[in-house]
Design a protein around this ligand. Structure first.
Ligand code: NAD
Ligand code: IPM
Ligand code: MN
Length: 356
């Protein structure tokens, strides 16, 4: 039976990187006979320009009906001053909410070939293999907020962080189960020395862990965790944390392997799952055809594995990316003298040529 993928390129480099990932998926379909079909839908600033909404109803409907969603990125300076409710970022936030995508998996692996690109010493980062499990539909991202109010002549704005016990239970249960398939260690990250939401978070995670006696659970405050990721990233197996902390820590962890352009993600929940690179629309390099497509191509591999149960096809893509890197091909974000320079299209073509 055909498997229908809704592709949402979005803004900036979104078009270039999703085009590359779709080409890779088409090649894998020729090899593995999955029967993939693709449908492109607008979202983000480009959709706002097109029809006045960053997330058209038609895009939501198509996403709900699809077997999986491949998402590029949204956002850009051009839309910095539009009504906050209509900002491009509302597209990805709205999709996460509409599809109940409460889990965001952000794997960070540093193979030997990428260790030399890290801002840290190769022996500190080589072999890093962390799975960040970020809560994606709660916390301060979705709490009440006020853009501006005047009190006694003083203007202020506010955003409320709130978490319920069931919200923390479901994300920490997911993290425990993920750790059972890995190295059996979960680090929960919070700010329980200051925040009430973090105290509820920590006590709920401790409660959930009682059902997982095979899991070694520890806790870090987020400030210490940020430092530990730079000091000794190999100590981590699974990190489970809130929406905001997960956003920040995953960009930090992404550069352990030299470039955010290598880091994929999967957002999983109650309906169709969504796959996207962890980086944004990179307005500084958009339209030049030089973005690293690997994060999106590796997100497509996660799509095959988690939404379509096509583990063999997913492995083939991951191996092809490794092979292209091992052959010395580098997009500008990872380029150094002595290596082969690739633009987005060339990198995509090399990866496709390595699929067997
Ligand atoms: P960004 O991730 O877009 O870019 C940060 C830096 O990383 C830039 O120097 C960029 O050139 C580089 N970079 C990112 N992806 C790359 C790739 N594939 N290859 C090579 N270099 C790459 O973050 P930002 O600049 O803070 O945000 C830009 C816009 O993207 C903002 O509007 C932001 O809201 C949005 N954003 C969207 C998403 C999403 O759609 N999920 C995620 C993050 C940021
Ligand atoms: C991400 C992005 C988004 C987030 C923005 C664009 C809303 O930074 O996917 O990491 O903060 O979740
Ligand atoms: Mn982010």
């Amino acid at each position: 039976m055909a498997k229908h993928i809704v592709v949402i390129p979005g803004d900036g480099i979104g078009e270039e990187i999703t085009a590359g990932a779709v080409k890779v998926l088409q090649k894998i379909d020729e090899v593995c006979h999955i029967g993939l079909t693709f449908e492109k839908k607008p979202a983000g600033g480009t959709a706002y320009d097109l029809c006045g909404s960053p997330l058209p109803e038609d895009t939501i409907e198509a996403a709900k009906k699809a077997d999986a969603i491949l998402f590029g990125a949204v956002g850009g300076d051009k839309w910095d001053n539009v009504d906050p409710k209509l900002r491009p970022e509302q597209a990805v936030l709205g999709l996460r909410k509409a599809l109940g995508l409460y889990v965001n998996l952000r794997p960070v692996k540093v193979p030997e070939v990428l260790a030399e690109y890290s801002p840290l010493k190769p022996d500190i980062v080589t072999g890093t293999d962390v799975l960040i499990v970020r809560e994606l539909v709660g916390g301060i991202y979705f709490g009440d907020r006020c853009e501006s109010e005047i009190h006694n002549g003083v203007e202020r704005a506010w955003d409320l962080e709130n978490y319920s016990v069931p919200e923390v239970q479901r994300i920490s249960t997911f993290a425990m189960k993920a750790a059972q398939k890995r190295r059996h260690k979960v680090t929960s990250v919070d700010k329980a020395n200051v925040l009430a939401t973090s105290r509820l978070w920590r006590r709920t995670v401790i409660d959930v862990a009682k059902d997982y006696p095979d899991i070694d659970l520890n806790h870090f405050y987020v400030d210490n965790c940020a430092m530990q990721l730079a000091l000794n990233p190999k100590q981590f197996d699974v990190i489970v944390t809130s929406n905001l902390f997960g956003d920040i820590l995953s960009d930090e962890a992404a550069v352990l392997g030299g470039s955010i352009g290598m880091m994929p993600s999967a957002s999983i929940g109650e309906m169709t799952s969504l796959y996207e690179p962890i980086h944004g629309s990179a307005p500084d390099i958009a339209g030049q055809g030089i973005a690293n497509p690997c994060a999106t191509i590796l997100s497509a591999a996660m799509l095959l594995r988690y939404s379509l149960d096509e583990d063999v096809a997913a492995d083939k893509i991951e191996k092809a990316v490794d092979a292209a890197l091992a052959d010395g091909w580098r997009t500008p974000d990872l380029y150094k003298e002595g290596f082969k320079k690739a633009d987005t299209q060339k990198m995509t073509d090399v990866i496709i040529s390595k699929i067997q």
